[in-house]
Design a protein around this ligand. Structure first.
Ligand code: ZN
Length: 163
C-alpha cells in the first residue's frame, strides 16, 4: 500500500525561509512497501556483489550520486547519503529523513528501476502541474539535467493547505 502523508504545519522558525507556496504540504514516502521488498533485496544483493573487495563501507544500492556525494538505499528502505570534502577527506554518512530529499533520490533511481515508481507518492486530485519542469520532474534546457527542486521530481505540486 502506498503511503501518502502530509505535514501541514511548519515550525515558525522555518517560515521566513519558505520560498515555495506549496511547501506547507510536504510529501513523505512512508515505509518501503512490502511488495517492493524483494526487488530492493535483489538490488542490494547485486550491489553487494559488485562491492565485494572494496575497502569502503557498503551502504546499499546506489540511487544517485555525483562528485562529493552519493545516496544509497538499504534493505530496510532507508536512504543514506555519503559525502566527502573537496580534499577527498572528511567523509560522512548520514540517514536522509523521509521527505522531499528522499523522494528525489527514489525518483532518480526509478528511471533505472521502474518498480520504484510505485513507492513515490501518488498525485492527488488537487495537485497542479509543476510549471518549473513542465511536469517532467527535471529542469528544462538550457539548464543541466537536474531534478526539479520545486516538485522534487514528481512533476506536480500540491496546493497550499492540501490534505
Ligand atoms: Zn517540477
Amino acid at each position: 500500500m502506498l503511503c501518502l502523508k502530509w505535514i501541514t504545519t511548519v515550525p515558525d522558525q522555518l517560515r521566513p525561509n519558505l520560498s515555495v507556496r506549496y511547501v506547507y504540504a510536504m510529501l513523505l514516502l512512508g515505509p518501503l512497501p512490502d511488495h517492493l521488498r524483494p526487488i530492493v533485496q535483489r538490488l542490494i544483493v547485486e550491489a553487494r556483489a559488485k562491492h565485494s573487495g572494496a575497502d569502503d563501507e557498503f551502504l546499499g544500492y546506489l540511487l544517485c550520486g555525483g562528485p562529493g556525494g552519493s545516496n544509497y538505499l538499504d534493505e530496510a528502505g532507508e536512504v543514506w547519503t555519503w559525502t566527502c570534502g573537496a580534499d577527498g577527506l572528511d567523509e560522512n554518512v548520514e540517514r536522509i529523513p523521509d521527505g522531499p530529499r528522499k523522494i528525489g533520490s527514489i525518483a532518480i533511481a526509478a528511471l533505472r528501476v521502474r518498480e520504484l515508481v510505485e513507492w513515490l507518492p501518488r498525485r492527488p486530485s488537487t495537485a497542479t502541474d509543476c510549471g518549473v519542469c513542465k511536469s517532467t520532474g527535471w529542469l528544462q534546457p538550457p539548464l543541466p539535467l537536474l531534478l526539479c527542486s520545486e516538485c522534487f521530481g514528481l512533476g506536480w505540486l500540491v496546493p497550499n493547505g492540501a490534505r
